[in-house]
Design a protein around this ligand. Structure first.
Ligand code: GDD
Ligand code: MG
Length: 383
């Protein structure tokens, strides 16, 4: 059984003015008619042995999250409500503990709620391959071939190719002695269709390196970006946390034990969760574990961190403009133009972002779209 764990706690400040604290990007329909949260679940359609998803989010988003999952036809098995964000390592920990409550030890498929994946079929193939490795006790990551020296990502250096081989106890061992016919067939089908869908052991995992380091990784050609999606058994993640961040695990256990449950909502205990150290899964576990494997993924992945990223993944017209809502252009090229209500018209505009909402309009150069967060900081300072 695979349990999707959807992390929906981010603020998405670089997508201001559309993304707001009370309405963050994962709850918005940014790429098509479904919200990013709904897309995250819908792209799993077609996978076998899939349990109801667990969603982890801030408690202020609970009704929107519940409603959006219902609308998408996949109500959550439980929605774990964080009184405060403690970053991704605790979010995954409470989900892993919740997943074990039924007495089983399922494979978790940890998914950020705000990614775009153009080729969902290839992604599902990678998940099938990942599930096998996760069942064998591995901590699976999905690696993206880097295109720039991005310092906001984790970098993974792949080592040896895994040969889908197992010992008598069913654990992956070394090359080419794997016996299970069903999985052999699956892997051969996958490797014919998608030659890259094979796991590699991880030589190193470096979260958010500085720019010179990122540049050297890019130049070496030996590194993948960490996509931020993971697969492992609930027990394996919790074991690693016990080793590397025991206090975090204790706080998460207590927060779930003392949680108030009503309907699908699991309201984590505010005191216990508030006392939990803040850390990401990448720093707390993935940089440290000896059991990481990476599956290369070439499926049009983007974490749509900024308006320029939305321009890159969007459907452009013949002039390279990506337009959402009521938009008109004349002699304009390579712009991202978004109207939420009022008409937006662009004349002679190139390489710009224009985003209209009811109470704010953003106009920015496309190559400066990352700097929108400076405006958000100014707004916060003004209170
Ligand atoms: N529930 C919950 N609680 N979710 C959270 C929290 C939290 O406290 N913090 C972050 N999230 C969610 C975000 O909404 C996002 O979907 C996902 O977890 C990842 O968090 P980010 O804050 O966006 O992480 P990042 O972009 O800095 O880095 C991660 O993603 C990169 C790829 O996009 C890392 O995994 C990097 O290694 C990776 O390259
Ligand atoms: Mg991110």
């Amino acid at each position: 059984m695979i349990v999707p764990v959807i992390m929906s706690g981010g603020a998405g400040t670089r997508l201001w003015p559309l993304s707001r604290e009370l309405y963050p990007k994962q709850l918005l329909p940014l790429v098509n008619d479904c919200t990013m949260l709904q897309e995250t679940q819908l792209r799993l359609n077609g996978l076998q042995n899939l349990a109801e998803p667990l969603v982890v989010c801030n408690e202020s988003h609970r009704f929107m999250v519940a409603e959006q999952m219902r609308q998408a036809g996949c109500p959550a098995g439980a929605i774990l409500l964080e009184p405060v964000g403690r970053n991704t390592a605790p979010a995954v920990a409470v989900a892993a503990l919740q997943a074990q409550r039924a007495g089983a030890d399922p494979v978790l498929l940890v998914l950020p709620a705000d990614h775009v994946i153009v080729d969902a079929e290839t992604f599902r193939g990678a998940v099938v391959a990942g599930a096998e490795l996760a069942r064998d006790g591995k901590l699976v990551t999905f690696g993206i071939v880097p295109t720039k020296a991005e310092t906001g990502y984790g970098y993974i250096r792949a080592a040896e190719r895994l040969g889908c081989n197992r010992s008598a106890e069913g654990r992956v061992t070394s090359a080419e002695e794997y016996q299970s016919p069903a999985v052999k067939e699956l892997h051969s089908a996958l490797s014919t269709q998608h030659p890259a869908l094979t796991g590699y052991t991880v030589a190193s995992f470096v979260e958010k390196p500085d720019l010179p380091t990122a540049e050297s990784y890019l130049a070496s050609g030996d590194y993948y970006w960490n996509s931020g999606m993971f697969m492992f058994r609930a027990s394996r993640y919790l074991e690693e946390l016990e080793t590397f961040a025991p206090q975090m695990l204790d706080c998460c256990r207590e927060a779930l034990e003392k949680a108030q449950r009503d309907l699908d909502f699991v309201r984590l205990d505010a005191e216990a969760f508030g006392a939990c150290p803040k850390d990401s899964i990448d720093y707390a576990v993935m940089e440290k574990t000896a059991e990481a494997v990476v599956i290369p993924l070439d499926a049009g992945w983007s974490d749509v961190g900024s308006w320029s990223a939305l321009w890159e993944v969007g459907q452009a017209d013949g002039a390279g403009n990506v337009m959402r809502g009521d938009v008109l252009t004349h002699d304009s090229r390579n712009c991202y133009l978004h109207s939420s209500g009022r008409m937006v018209a662009a004349v002679g505009l190139e390489d710009h972002v224009v985003v209209e909402t009811a109470d704010a309009v953003l106009v920015a150069r496309r190559d400066r779209a990352q700097d929108v967060k400076a405006i958000v900081e100014q707004l916060k300072a003004q209170g």
